[in-house]
Write a protein that binds this ligand. Structure first.
Ligand SMILES: Nc1ncnc2c1ncn2[C@@H]1O[C@H](COP(=O)(O)OP(=O)(O)O)[C@@H](O)[C@H]1O
Ligand SMILES: [Mg+2]
Length: 437
């Protein structure tokens, strides 16, 4: 005790405080029954005051710490709710008050893991922690809680609840988007593979056959020449020229399918005009109205191919499914976004009832249209109902600086137009929109 006093004095503590402390220590020290009788009356009063103040301070701290805290008191084999703080009231929408005195064995009847934590904390006198999904026993709200149990002698267990629901939700959203990404990249790979198959079939069916015919023709010409039948050989060469021309056209068509060179050479506006003209030529019974209300440089480079693919698929669908007489195409820009719309007056359909995953037979389909739009930072809306026509609207929001920065488009799945039509000499290397039937 002498040591204490010296240490305290060197720390410059107030003499009164030292006295009060000393008195308190003596009073509470076990096995010193005579301490009280030895203590002067004034010292004892001061000590009591000091203890009261310190208890009050603790109580206020408990009440106002921003961590929801619940105090459980040991009762028989069980624990009961003995106290709680303001943060706990807030977490439970004030309903904790109705549960004062509630038993742990009842509250956590279905959570033996939590009951086990109580016991472990109490018997081993140590801090126990657990993160767990938890439905609050007060307002039944579903949460994710990090519990910390602390033993407070002689018979209390203090439980801090940290509501980590937002963090867990963010983690879950992250996982979800990772799963989504994996799913999408698997789909992309599958689509790319599908596309290669289609290309291979295309090359085999058209170019392959044409080249075989040309080779056969060349061989027969050689035969004719070796027999000195020059006139007939000349006729054969002439007859072979249309096949060669068809082959050239077919190659151009395939290249256009892969990526229309006009898009890179002349831009999206010229490509749309050209595509509409071609469409009009093939589907004379469908009137095409076109409204372009922006300049070439308003459209970010990465968006051009996306717009072209949407138009390709949209117009093919109009030709294939709608029975429309009029289709309106508009591409424009306002303060918020670049907008593309394809609207027809055809028979329409129920977008909700549409089978989600039909086997693709060419084009990119509605699903592909949506994916392409979203990949490039936009949104796609399909408005349709039986008998009410169809409107497909894509919008790519502009950034505040009014320069759209869509994410780059992924390697094109379904890079092609639907099933090719047989080459028609003279039709030029137009977009192959599908013929009906
Ligand atoms: N413009 C349209 N008018 C009427 N029905 C349409 C239109 N566009 C799409 N549909 C309907 O939606 C379905 C799915 O279209 P899509 O995904 O492009 O696949 P596909 O063209 O290969 O059938 C079509 O089979 C058709 O029933
Ligand atoms: Mg389609």
């Amino acid at each position: 005790m002498r040591d204490d006093k010296t240490a305290a004095e060197t720390r410059g503590l107030d003499r009164k405080a030292i006295a009060a402390r000393k008195a308190a220590r003596e009073a509470t020290a076990p096995g010193w029954p005579e301490a009280e009788s030895r203590m002067p009356e004034t010292a004892r009063r001061r000590m009591e005051e000091y203890l009261l103040q310190s208890e009050e301070r603790l109580r206020i701290q408990y009440r106002y710490i921003p961590v929801p805290t619940l105090t459980w008191r040991r009762k028989g084999d069980d624990f009961i709710v003995a106290d709680y703080n303001i943060a706990m009231e807030e977490l439970t929408d004030g309903m904790i008050g109705e549960h004062l005195g509630a038993r742990a064995s009842v509250v956590f009847k279905k959570r033996p893991d939590i009951l086990a934590d109580f016991r472990k904390c109490y018997t081993e006198k140590r801090v126990v922690r657990r993160e767990t999904p938890y439905r609050l026993f007060t307002n039944r709200k579903r949460k994710h809680i990090a519990f910390t149990y602390a033993y407070v002698p002689p018979d209390l267990v203090l439980v801090h609840l940290d509501d980590i629901t937002p963090r867990k939700e963010a983690e879950e959203a992250l996982l979800q988007s990772r799963r989504e990404l994996r799913r999408l990249s698997a789909r992309l790979l599958a689509a790319a593979e599908q596309e290669r198959k289609r290309m291979a079939r295309d090359l085999h069916d058209s170019i392959g056959q044409h080249l075989s015919a040309i080779k056969f023709n060349a061989e027969s010409i050689l035969g004719l020449l070796s027999e000195g039948r020059e006139e007939q050989a000349t006729r054969s060469i002439r007859a072979g020229i249309p096949v060669i021309r068809q082959t050239i056209e077919e190659v151009r068509r395939i290249i256009m399918d892969l990526r229309p060179t006009i898009l890179d050479d002349l831009g999206i506006i010229a490509t749309i005009s050209w595509f509409c003209r071609e469409f009009q030529q093939i589907y004379g019974h469908i009137q095409v109205e076109r409204k372009i209300a922006l300049a070439e440089e308003d459209v970010p480079a990465e968006l051009k191919i996306v717009i072209y693919r949407l138009l390709q698929e949209g117009l093919n669908n109009v030709a294939k499914h709608s029975g429309a007489r009029l289709v309106r195409i508009s591409l424009g820009k306002d303060r918020q976004a670049i907008r593309l719309a394809i609207a027809d007056d055809g028979r329409g359909f129920d977008p909700a009832a549409r089978p989600g995953r039909n086997v693709r037979t060419g084009g990119i389909g509605l699903v592909g249209m949506r994916e392409r739009t979203e990949f490039s930072g936009g949104r796609l809306r399909i408005v349709s109902a039986p008998g009410r026509g169809t409107r497909i609207a894509a919008a790519w929001p502009l950034t505040p600086a009014s320069t759209p920065t869509p994410t780059p488009t992924p390697p094109s799945p379904g890079a092609g137009t639907p099933t090719p039509t047989p080459p028609s000499p003279g039709a030029g290397a137009g977009p192959r929109v599908q013929r009906r039937g």
